[in-house]
Design a protein around this ligand. Sequence first.
Ligand SMILES: [Zn+2]
Ligand SMILES: [Zn+2]
Length: 373
Amino acid sequence: MSPQSEKCANVAVFTQANEDLEIRQYPVDPPRDGDVLLSLERSGICGTDIHIHEGRLAIPGPFIPGHEFIGRVAEVGGGGLTDAFGKPLTTGDLAVVCAANPCGECLNCRTGETASCLAFGVTFLRDPEEAPHFHGGFGEFVYSQSGNLVAIPESVDLDAAAAFPCAGPTTIRAVAYGGGLNSEEIIVVQGTGPVGLFAIAYAAQQGCTVLAIGSSAKPERMELAKAFGASEVFDYRATSIEERLEAVRALATKENRGDGADVVIEASGAPQAFVEGLQLLRTRGRYMVPGQYSDSGEVAIPPHAITLRALQVIGSGQYTLEDVKDYLDFLSAHKDLQQAFARTITHRYKVADANSALACASEGASIKGVFVP
Ligand SMILES: [Zn+2]
Ligand SMILES: [Zn+2]
């Protein structure tokens, strides 16, 4: 019998929207064959967790929220298990736990676009009463199928990896769907939350000229946007849409790149940002839209503009295991960025303090809040 079978550990359970999470204890048992037991190292609070908690994404409880769990392998169930990419897993290894559960059989899965699975599931939407209990990220342990794990290379700092384990792969998938980025392109990133900040770094590292739109109400994010490679960060309250349009078009003219930005990445989640994004693009420009994850309402747009200026609007809301690996490889290849990424983790919490953690994240007080052991 494993010594862990006597042990209990905490999880935070979502029961219904706008109710406090319940802190519960469950026994930590050895993993079943094919599963891996991981102990908490970092587990981020994503905007999606806030949307669910505040009722903007209706998902019935009870379940353990959280899909950014980074854990240390505590015990491997059965021999010869590897991560999703064939790396053998042993006790002490660090891995990102991917919560996505694509069906593998629908049209999109069959064509390799598992991020857009038609029967998309997530591993954590299970009643925590059901053994082995630790299904979601807001817990001191997680059990995962080995195939949902992506091992973290030794060259990647733990806090850097924990900065954007959802926003990073989400951005990488949106950019892939949008045909990638070219080094000579002008990119405008709308929003300086996790998706926006990662998008700035990702585009800047590919040699693009990056402009960002943020808010001076969050000056530390404006500053990070610059540290990540934005050559200019507009405060959306202090500048008008017309001023931003003029600045982007002036830059495009100066670079002889048409009548606007080659690419706009919508990462603000604000519906009205979409109207501006269409205007910021050059004719034939690509609008990548990973940021509108919750339904925040409607806006009026002139579809005529899409036709006349031959715009490409590309949605993307999930990511694949390969995108998680690409995120870690990106960090590994840009060691200089890792320190800046780690700086985004401004708040650390125990799982037992999940309610104050969610409240703090909801107020936008933290850039990134994570649960730690
Ligand atoms: Zn599928
Ligand atoms: Zn997320």
